[in-house]
Design a protein around this ligand. Structure first.
Ligand code: ASP
Length: 421
């Protein structure tokens, strides 16, 4: 019998976890399920989650410094930087526009729903947008690393990388060390990835045991509209980008991306998935390590198309439930704030719901509206996180292609798998 690849195992774990979780939720007693989660799924899931999260700070620091230094030429770095930021902004703005077109124009999922009187929600404070930019600059980079403040680490790594490139020949020994450290971290990712199979199974089972599918029913119209918008982004926007600008096959792209999307789906965190997103882009999509190291850590933090879609659909939904009509300028404001909010949100579970308050306030919608959708958010977070990291990767592939740094032989491999020995 042919040995199954790690990718196939991860896929099996996802499907099995889903089925097991739903069956257990409906068939077993609550106590038995509590025990299963407490003794089995919670610890196994946490071990996997902690093991990949453990890699995030060292990877961002090492690979981004190395990436920026090896892009070298400040002109090229500026050009790549502009491409990254423009692509991220444009895809996010398109994402919210799709969300609003569906939710405010075509489906109008909130119209048939009346407000439950007990809806209340005390929002955690969303960040003030100017603070997001000011806070990007670390006062003490070591503190940023200890606290895992992504944008600060990115800022520091970029500056150090640029400096290394500028001191030229003298930086060679450091560059060699960085290169080895970079390879070392990628190898660590490959080792940790073996935990993905039990980890994905445990994380998915836990969510479905605890939530079942029945939580989705009362809000089915909201859930389905959101899923449709996410699917449109996956089926139209990225394929168009990859075909027209990247001139590569979207089908192959999704084949390559699959393991990373699965990990994003089970962890609901683009940050935690970052080590896998990078590994997949380098070993399966054929993106050069310079571009991957530069674009992906940035993307995990500032580019969240799936989150922006949720915020667009949620804003329209809440407006409809409260019978408030959104004018065209309101809709434009939603597009702008949802795009900005996704920059301010860290790639961790549930954060999109917090920054949603920023979007609601910008168009005078009641923030308590968040209470309506909070119950289904855990499941939807899984899906939008998968879209978030797919958007980062599609941009990375297209940029790598435009810079002549996409290895299409790797991209087009027949049976892509990790090169895990
Ligand atoms: N969980 C999402 C992510 O990490 C963020 C969110 O939408 O809550 O990408």
């Amino acid at each position: 019998m042919k040995k199954l690849s790690l990718t196939s195992w991860i896929l099996i774990a996802l499907g099995a976890g889903l089925i097991f979780g739903i069956v257990a939720h409906n068939a077993f007693s609550a106590e038995f399920n509590d025990g299963l989660v407490k003794w089995l799924f919670q610890p196994i899931g946490s071990i996997f989650l902690r093991a990949i999260t453990m890699l995030v700070v060292p990877i961002v620091l090492i690979s981004l410094t190395y990436g920026a230094a090896s892009v070298g030429d400040p002109k090229k770095l500026g050009r790549v930087g502009i491409k990254v930021v423009v692509l991220y902004m444009v895809t996010t703005a398109i994402a919210v526009t799709i969300a609003l077109t569906l939710a405010a124009g075509i489906v109008r999922p909130g119209e048939s729903i009346t407000i439950p009187t007990d809806a209340s929600f005390t929002p955690k404070e969303a960040p003030f947008i100017m603070d997001v930019f000011v806070d990007m600059i670390p006062k003490n980079p070591f503190q940023s690393m200890v606290e895992g403040s992504m944008l600060q680490i990115i800022f520091f790594a970029l500056i150090v990388g640029i400096a290394l490139a500028q001191i030229g020949k003298k930086s060679e020994p450091v560059m060699r060390i960085l290169e080895v450290l970079n390879d070392m971290m990628m190898r660590v990712v490959e080792i940790v990835l073996w935990l993905a199979v039990p980890g994905v199974f445990a994380l998915i089972s836990k969510v479905f045991i605890e939530q079942g599918l029945d939580v989705l029913l009362p809000l089915l119209s909201y859930v389905l509209t959101l899923i449709a918008a996410l699917l449109l982004q996956l089926a139209l926007v990225y394929p168009a980008l990859l075909t027209v600008i990247g001139r590569v096959s979207p089908v192959q792209f999704y084949k390559n991306m699959f393991p990373a999307m699965t990990v994003a789906f089970s962890t609901s965190s683009s940050n935690a998935t970052l080590p896998v997103t990078m590994e997949v882009n380098e070993t399966r999509n054929g993106v050069s390590s310079g571009i991957a190291s530069f674009a992906l850590p940035l993307g995990a933090t500032i580019n969240m198309d799936g989150t922006a879609i949720m915020q667009g659909v949620a804003a329209a939904f809440i407006a409809q439930v409260y019978n408030i009509s959104l004018t065209i300028p309101d809709l434009v404001t939603v597009v702008l704030t949802a795009s900005l909010a996704s920059i301010g949100a860290a790639g961790v579970p549930g954060v999109g719901l917090i920054t949603l308050s920023m979007v609601l306030i910008s168009v005078n919608l009641p923030v308590e509206g968040i209470a309506l959708i909070i119950g289904v958010d855990r499941l939807l977070d899984m899906m939008r996180t998968a879209v978030n990291i797919t958007g980062d990767s599609a941009a990375a592939v297209v940029i790598a292609k435009s810079e002549g740094e996409l290895n299409e032989k790797i991209f087009n491999q027949d049976n892509p798998d990790f090169n895990i020995k």
